[in-house]
Design a binder for this molecule. Structure first.
Ligand SMILES: Cc1cc2nc3c(=O)[nH]c(=O)nc-3n(C[C@H](O)[C@H](O)[C@H](O)COP(=O)(O)OP(=O)(O)OC[C@H]3O[C@@H](n4cnc5c(N)ncnc54)[C@H](O)[C@@H]3O)c2cc1C
Ligand code: FES
Length: 256
């Protein structure tokens, strides 16, 4: 799939709370096909201390308007600099990168935690376009840590789990009443312990499962080897051969 290095203009910025914001980026030309789970490498403008681009999932795509949206959590210098950008500023992206989710299944569960909910919105839409209505489980420490919720509602049954009980069921996503229902496919993205627990459950129950890893990255195109995961088929570059992997190929990573 062809990659592009190109400038986008920020068409809309939404600030959800002190940690989460989204940027809707518009391009003058028609966007290429973007598979759910693919990501962009964002150049961080105006901060000389941040040399490397930052990998961010493609949260939403609007082909008719040539826009894509990124949902970003502020965790360090790069994301803090991005959070100061405003409507009208430009942003340089390399995209679309990586290998995304399969758009398959009948009884499908999506499980997202923290910033890992980002790729699941585009995934929900792609599943919906194929007539698949997933169950969508989103988790976080508190309601504030699940900034996007309503946008998912048109595409499936939505469940929320918060550790402090401030929204939805109290506890982890893996303790939610929807989690242990009958599914044939599970797709997950979020904190590593959450994804390992989800993948372990899926493998034990014989459910097809794909996980989207968020290993630290530099080049984003398979050149520097800094993002490698020790898969059951040897070392794999998460940026190029992932970030989405079938859980069956990650049993060492899952610690089965
Ligand atoms: C494929 C992929 C998709 C991603 N999608 C999103 C997304 O949609 N939204 C989003 O908010 N974030 C996403 N991330 C994580 C995001 O790339 C990092 O949070 C960001 O690069 C941190 O940059 P920084 O300069 O702000 O922080 P830094 O100053 O580089 O680091 C600050 C802290 O964050 C930790 N950190 C840095 N990178 C990561 C990482 N990849 N995973 C876990 N901890 C990290 C560091 O160890 C450090 O403790 C994604 C990562 C990958 C690999
Ligand atoms: S980030 Fe360079 S090889 Fe993956």
């Amino acid at each position: 799939m062809k990659k592009y290095i190109t400038e986008f203009i920020i068409a809309e910025k939404q600030v959800f709370n002190s940690q989460y914001f989204s940027l809707t980026l518009k391009h003058p030309d028609k966007l290429p096909e973007i598979v759910a789970g693919q990501f962009v490498e964002v150049e961080v403008p105006g901060n000389k201390q941040v040399m490397l681009r930052r990998p961010i999932s493609i949260h939403d795509v609007d082909i008719a308007n040539n826009t894509l949206t990124l949902l970003i959590q502020v965790v360090g210098k790069g994301t803090a600099t991005l959070s100061k950008l405003e409507k009208g500023d430009s942003l340089n992206l390399v995209y679309p990168l990586g290998h995304g989710f399969s758009i398959v299944g009948d009884k499908v569960l999506l499980v997202g935690g923290g910033a890992g909910i980002a790729p699941l919105l585009h995934l929900s839409k792609c599943l919906s376009e194929k007539g698949i209505r997933p169950t969508i489980l989103l988790g976080g420490r508190s309601a504030e840590m699940i900034p996007v919720r309503d946008a998912f509602k048109p595409y499936g049954e939505l469940g929320i789990a918060t550790e402090d009980g401030s929204m939805g069921e109290k506890g982890l996503v893996t303790q939610h009443s929807l989690f242990s229902k009958d599914y044939d496919h599970i797709f997950t993205c979020g904190p590593t312990p959450m994804m390992k627990a989800v993948a372990r459950h899926a493998l034990e129950k014989g459910i097809e499962c794909e996980v989207s890893l968020e290993n630290m990255m530099a080049c984003g195109i398979g050149a520097c080897l800094c993002c490698v995961v020790d898969s059951d088929e040897g070392h794999k570059c998460v940026c190029k051969e992932g970030p989405v992997f079938n859980a069956k190929k990650l049993t060492k990573w899952i610690n089965l």
